[in-house]
Design a protein around this ligand. Structure first.
Ligand code: GLC
Length: 531
């Protein structure tokens, strides 16, 4: 593929988040795998993406769907082999598709060799110094060392067995011990892991939980009301890590570092994309924003003003799928307050998701597509309790529904589960159950249907290629309408109001998310116009 970006391909790329265990299962074990991805690369090439971000594909006991990594330099046997990953990277390159690997540096799996060695070593040993081991509080040391809570519910500390009975820190699940980034061995290890994947042809790294690596070594209690820096979120010293990583990436050609950082403070977020740090970060304010023209305009302007190279994200494997979000009375999203109690109007949500796709793809910058959004999949909210896998659901006793509903395996073909996700010979069902209604959303059902979400995505990505580097200029528009030009001659108009809006003068409609009527733009519709 011709690269006209001077190597900075990621500045306006379309990056497909491929959640490996839910993409395509070639061997019938109910979990997606690399052979499944290889067989479907033509589908991704036809969709028109530039890169795939693979969620963790390493050996893992799956305490957190693979974000508990047991070996950063290998592939999970249930997904395939390292040789297959090499072949996949090369095959994707032949399709003009780049590969981004997910690196999880905040914590590993409790089965990782280093953590096992730490468990078998005494307090104060070099093995324990790679993690956060501390004696407990209270006369018998049976209270956790401080008041930090796990992001997945419950205390962030777990006590190891007697005789020494120290506690170790895990900001996520107990099976995910946090590394001590004050330890030079940890830094050297991850720098080597980066080189390992860059040497194998990876074009980029998505950095998990990127703002949380470094901790205040005094491990003070967390006091949310205190003006002091947070003991483990967005500490100033985390930037040293990324300066070192950037120096490594820069020794290769056209590699990208992408940070997963949830920070409300735009100025603090922007510090991660200083010229000698990460190339980009995910735009979570855009994802969390309600379906409201004024609020979206603020986020878009804020992004373009401060956020380094812009990215646009509507969904990922940690959040409710946006078809469902946009079909609720409250269309915003809060990671810490997932609300599945609201009724969902799927028809409205789908209509808005179509409009949101065209709005998003018209913005300057790179766009993330989470697998299945191109099919219009919704959040599956009725997974039976006994089938749920997410530690968030388990550890909160079900008060937080967790993330399983966005991770349900893709429907490819046929009229009943597993919808071609697994081969017909499979004896094990998909690892999460698929709704029977998805028979209407398979790629087979949507292929060549001009009204389908899949064909909307294909057409939009094809058109977007022709003007993706052009600048954005806002037009004056009535309340509830967003209108802007991209370069010369192309205009995007999105109507988020409840009444039809006038269309600006134009020579042709390039694409519309819903049918236009009498030169009007109906509510919850976006159109791309040539004028
Ligand atoms: C990130 C991942 C999420 C995972 C967490 C802990 O937020 O996206 O899926 O549970 O980190 O690794």
């Amino acid at each position: 593929m011709h690269d006209d970006t001077g190597g900075a391909w990621w500045r306006n790329a379309v990056i497909y988040e491929l959640y490996v265990q839910s993409f395509a299962d070639s061997d019938g074990d109910g979990l997606g795998d690399l052979a499944g991805v290889r067989a479907r690369l033509p589908y991704l090439a036809e969709l028109g993406i530039d890169a795939i971000w693979f969620t963790p594909w390493y050996p893992s006991p799956l305490a957190d769907a693979g974000y508990d990594v047991a070996d950063y330099r290998d592939i999970a046997p249930r997904f395939g082999t390292l040789a297959e990953a090499d072949a996949l990277i090369a095959q994707a390159h032949r399709h003009g598709i780049k590969t981004i690997i997910d690196v999880v540096p905040n914590h590993c799996s409790d089965q990782h060799a280093w953590f096992q060695a730490a468990l078998n070593a005494p307090p104060g040993s070099a093995e324990r110094e790679r993690f956060w081991f501390r004696p407990g509080r209270g006369p018998d040391g049976d209270l956790p060392p401080n008041n930090w809570q796990s992001r997945f519910g419950g205390p962030a500390w777990t006590r190891v067995n007697e005789p020494d009975g120290e506690w170790y820190l895990h900001i996520f699940a107990p099976q995910q011990p946090d590394f001590n980034w004050g330890n030079p061995e940890v830094r050297a290890e991850f720098e080597d892991i980066l080189r390992f994947w860059f040497d194998r042809g990876a074009d980029g790294i998505r950095i998990d939980t990127a703002a949380m690596l470094t901790k205040d070594p005094a491990l003070p209690d967390l006091d949310e009301t205190s003006p002091a820096p947070h003991p483990y979120v967005d500490r100033d010293d985390v930037h040293e890590v990324y300066r070192a990583w950037r120096a490594i990436a820069d020794r290769y050609k056209s590699r990208v570092l992408i940070g997963e950082i949830w920070l409300a403070d735009a100025a603090r977020l922007a510090r991660y994309t200083r010229p000698d740090e990460l190339h980009t970060v995910f735009n979570f304010p855009y994802l969390s924003c309600p379906w409201d023209a004024g609020r979206l305009r603020e986020v878009i302007d804020g992004t373009l003003a401060s956020h380094g190279p812009a990215t646009w994200v509507l969904s990922n494997h940690d959040v409710d799928r946006h078809v469902s979000r946009y079909g609720r009375a409250d269309t915003s999203f809060d990671l810490d307050n997932r609300d599945h109690s609201q009724p969902v109007d799927l028809q409205l949500g789908t209509r808005r998701a179509r409009a949101a796709a065209l709005l998003t793809m018209a913005l300057p910058g790179s766009v993330y597509v989470y697998q299945g959004e191109e099919l219009g999949l919704w959040e599956v909210e009725d997974i039976p309790d006994e089938r749920r896998q997410d530690p968030i659901w388990q550890r909160t006793g079900g008060t937080d529904p967790g993330r399983d509903g966005s991770r349900v395996p893709l429907p490819w073909s046929g009229v009943e589960p597993p919808f071609g996700f697994s081969p017909a010979s499979a004896t094990v069902p998909p690892w999460l159950p698929q709704p029977k209604e998805w028979r209407e959303l398979t790629t087979e059902a949507q292929d060549a249907d001009p009204e389908s979400m899949l064909e909307l995505y294909r057409a939009a990505l094809r058109i977007r290629r022709t003007w993706r580097t052009a600048a954005l200029t806002w037009r004056l528009a009535p309340d509830g309408v967003l209108a802007f030009d991209r370069g010369d001659g192309v205009c995007c108009v999105a109507n988020l109001s409840r009444t039809p809006a006038d269309l600006p003068a134009h020579r042709a409609v390039l694409l519309a998310s819903s049918p236009l009527s009498d030169a009007k733009l109906p509510p919850d519709t976006t159109a791309w116009l040539r004028f």
